[in-house]
Design a protein around this ligand. Structure first.
Ligand code: MG
Length: 238
């Protein structure tokens, strides 16, 4: 009888990114913007067409996040200013309104139930086999609301939010903090995330294996242990 060796590595802990991996951040943001655009009659105030407004915001938002990551600006400034700058492009120069919009966006978007297809099926399957963990960049209160609204808490043994650590992925500190919390060694772990730069490189640098969730199915550079385009493919790997 031939002897077959299982060459697939066995992992002991699974780490997930949250935004754009389990949680469809783009859809929840878009839905919340649609709600608020309607609520505040923004079309009548010149903030139109919606798609143009949303595209403009997304571009400005990325610029503000880059500045935040470089420690040029604070969280409170980012929160309001990205909306003020967007609205100004449509002739709406009203700081109080930008602040109100920002607060409502932050309060409402995480309440949207918007998981990627297959997320629950995959979590249900993995839950019985491994301790599961989250490592997410973001603000404590926002991520906590999101996790609760989407009923994710029950799947995870530990949740690490970058704000609580003080450094963001891809910096090793946040991964090391999460590993310690989980009581895990990096070589026993695999990290699942949508960002090559943030999740995959970050995990690789601390010695964790990686699954790159290339949900937009875009051409990419870089090598992950595995690459998937649908969450359900995780069932074949783990
Ligand atoms: Mg992500």
């Amino acid at each position: 009888m031939p002897i077959y060796f299982n060459i697939m590595k066995t992992y002991k802990h699974i780490f997930f990114d949250l935004d754009h991996t389990l949680y469809d951040f783009d859809r929840s943001t878009r839905d919340t913007f649609l709600d608020l655009h309607k609520k505040y009659n923004l079309a009548e105030k010149g903030v139109t067409p919606f798609e143009d407004f949303f595209k403009t915001y997304n571009k400005i938002n990325i610029e503000f996040w880059d500045r935040y990551r470089n420690n040029e600006i604070k969280k409170e400034f980012l929160n309001v200013e990205r909306f003020l700058v967007t609205f100004k492009k449509y002739g709406l120069n009203d700081r109080n309104f930008a602040e109100q919009f920002a607060n409502e966006y932050l309060a409402n978007a995480p309440l949207k139930r918007r998981l990627f297809p297959g997320a629950i099926e995959v979590l249900e399957y993995l839950k019985g086999k491994y301790p599961l963990h989250i490592i997410t960049n973001g603000f404590n209160e926002v991520q906590a609301i999101k996790i609760e609204a989407n009923d994710l808490e029950k799947y995870f043994k530990t949740i690490t939010v970058s704000e609580e650590v003080g450094v963001r992925k891809p910096f090793p500190g946040v991964f090391q903090h999460a590993l310690k919390k989980a009581g895990a060694r990096p070589e026993d772990c695999i990290m699942i995330g949508d960002s090559l730069e943030v999740d995959i490189e970050g995990a690789k640098n601390v010695g964790m294996a990686q699954i790159f969730f290339n949900y937009k199915n875009l051409p990419y550079n870089g090598v992950a242990t595995y690459t998937i385009i649908e969450l359900k493919e995780i069932l074949d790997i783990l």
